[in-house]
Design a protein around this ligand. Sequence first.
Ligand SMILES: [Zn+2]
Length: 331
Amino acid sequence: MNGYKAPDIRSGHGICQEVRNIPGRVLAVTMDIPWELFQKHCAWTPDHVYMVPDMDLETVEQAEKTLPPCDTVVGIGGGSSCDMAKYIAWKRGCRMVLVPTIISVDAPLTNTIAVRIDKKVTYIGNIFPEELLVDYSLIQEAPPDLNRAGACDIASIHTGLYDWRLAHEDTGERYDAAIAAEARECLVELDRNAEEVYQVTPKGIDTIVDLYRREVKFCTIFGNSRPEEGSEHLVAYNIEHITRRHFLHGDLVAFGLFAMTRLQQHEHEWMVSLMRRCGLRYICPDASRDELRQALLTLKSFKDSAGLFYSIVDKIPITPEFVEDTLAALG
Ligand SMILES: [Zn+2]
C-alpha cells in the first residue's frame, strides 16, 4: 500500500487538552490566531513554541535546523502549522501530534508537505499523520465559511471521476473500478451530511475528517490523486497562476466545479445544490469576473504548457460563448 499508515483520530469537545499528557520535550508549531484560540481552550506551556511565518522552503529548512531538539512536535492550526509540524517530524523522525483548528484543507491527513518554492506550491516529503486530536469546540470557533470550504476536495470526486474515466477511455490511462466505487461512496456520504457540514456540527466535522482520511487512503493505494482531482482543479490552479494571489482553496475548486460540470454536462444542477447545501462559495468572491473569464478562456493552453493530466478540457473546446454563459449562470 505504498507505506500507508492509518491515523488514530480522537475527537470530542475539549480533546485538545490531551496535549498536556505528552511526555518528553515538546515543540509546538503554530501561528498567532490558532495559538491564541488554543490557549483559551487549553492552558499549556510546551518546552518551545514556534510561530510559522510562511511556508517558503528556506523558512521551513531553517526552522527545522535551528529549533531546539524535541521528542514530539505538535502542530496546532491550519494547513501551514500542520505542514510545518510534518516537515519537522519527517526530518527528525520524532513523534508528531496534530491539532487542527480548522478543516478547510486536508493537510492534517495527507502524507505530503506543501511548501513554496519561487512562490509556487510544491509538494515534498512523505509522512503519514498518525495522531490527530479533533476538538469540536476549537474548530467551531473558526469562521464557518473556512470550515465549509473543506468539502471542496470531496465534492471534486464528482468531476474527478468523470475525467479519470474519460482519460481511461480516450488515452488508456490506468483505471481502477473498485477505487472509483470507493470514491463515489465518499461523495454520497458528503451529500447525506451536507447540512451538518454547513452547520459545522460535530457530525459535520467528523464527516469531513473521515472523508479526507478515506480519500488519502484510496489515493495512496492507487498511487496518485486521480480519483479526486479533475478539471475543476485545473481551473483552481489557473486562477492562482493568472492572479498570483492566494485564495481559499475551497472557493477556487468550487468555481471549477461549477464550470466543469457544465462542460462535462454532468449533473450540474445537483452539484450546484450540493455546493449550496455545504456552503461552498462557487462564485469565488475574491476573484473578479474578468479573472474568472481569463481562467476559463486560457484553461487548455495553461493545462498544455504545465503538462497536466487529460480531462474534459482536452475533449470539448471552451468557447467564448461557453464562458459567457457560465459567468451569467453564476448569478
Ligand atoms: Zn484540492
